[in-house]
Design a protein around this ligand. Structure first.
Ligand code: AKG
Length: 280
């Protein structure tokens, strides 16, 4: 079982500060195991709102998956949920565990790489996330390029498919065999509202849900700003909408780390550049 840290619940807009001692414990555990469970981060009402909106969004994503023939092992999955706004933008506004993310990214800025969701239904197998995998295609070793977050919107238990993590596996490039993985992997257990942070190099797998109730979770991922995101959020929302986001939400959505597409955009004083100073 991972070392657990209880943090104060989120309230109002903006990230809640973390205690320095907790951040130190986090750094140490991320170096050794590569993952950590934070219990009771989100309150019940916010979890309920996220569940409702995840269910609607998953139906919308499913329609597109079916229309475009992208259905194999996709059941219950959704992607880039911030395009549905509502609770997902609120999540970025509140930005739980921001201090821990900042510590992971060498005390520098970071952006959203993707914002997925998984509804894990009762099954003998599961969606693609049930295979042993990691979410960064190129192993980045000691370089902290990407961090995964897993938000538990239901209690995560051994019965309902709590995620498996192979502690220390962020230190190795090679994929373990399934036998090796399941012999040594541990479950991320926690009550609804808990959050797992993990180094994206860690090999992991969703568990199989043996209960009759869905096990719901959100899976936002974050990177250093120079790493290409999986979705161009700034292009999706546009400049006018971008100006209305809180500054740290605009930062997360990549408004400060864009690519110029004309020489007019390229030849600009630093504060007007598409890729702003201070983004690494
Ligand atoms: O839902 C889970 O338990 C794991 C999700 C996951 O592995 C992923 O999104 O990469």
């Amino acid at each position: 079982m991972a070392h657990d840290v209880s943090v104060s619940q989120q309230s109002g807009h903006g990230p809640a500060p973390a205690q320095t001692s907790n951040v130190d414990a986090f750094r140490a555990q991320m170096a050794s195991k590569g993952w950590m469970v934070f219990r009771d981060v989100l309150d019940e009402a916010f979890c309920r709102q996220l569940i409702d909106e995840q269910e609607q969004a998953t139906r919308r994503c499913r329609e597109i998956q079916e229309r475009n023939g992208v259905v194999n092992r996709m059941e219950g999955t959704s992607h880039h949920l911030v395009v549905f706004e509502g609770a997902f933008i609120r999540f970025l506004e509140e930005l739980p565990l921001h201090d821990y993310l900042t510590a992971y990214f060498d005390d520098g800025p970071y952006i959203l790489n993707s914002f997925g969701g998984v509804i894990n239904f009762k099954s003998k197998t599961s969606a693609y996330v049930g295979a042993v995998h990691r979410d960064i295609r190129s192993w980045s070793g000691d370089l902290h390029l990407m961090m995964n977050m897993l938000v538990m919107l239901d209690d995560f238990t051994e019965d309902n498919g709590a995620t498996w993590f192979l502690s220390g596996s962020h230190k190795y490039a090679e994929k373990p065999s399934d036998e090796e993985f399941f012999a040594r992997a541990e479950r991320a257990l926690g009550p609804r509202g808990s959050i797992v942070l993990f180094n994206s190099n860690v090999w992991h797998a969703a568990g199989i849900n043996h209960t009759d109730r869905p096990r719901r979770g959100l899976t936002p991922m974050f990177t250093k700003p120079f790493f290409k995101p999986q979705f161009d959020f700034a292009r999706y929302f546009g400049d006018e909408r971008g100006a209305g986001f809180l500054p740290h939400v605009a930062q997360l959505l990549g408004y400060n780390a864009r690519i110029p597409a004309t020489l007019e955009e390229w030849y600009q004083v630093p504060e007007k550049r598409m890729y702003k100073p201070g983004q690494g």
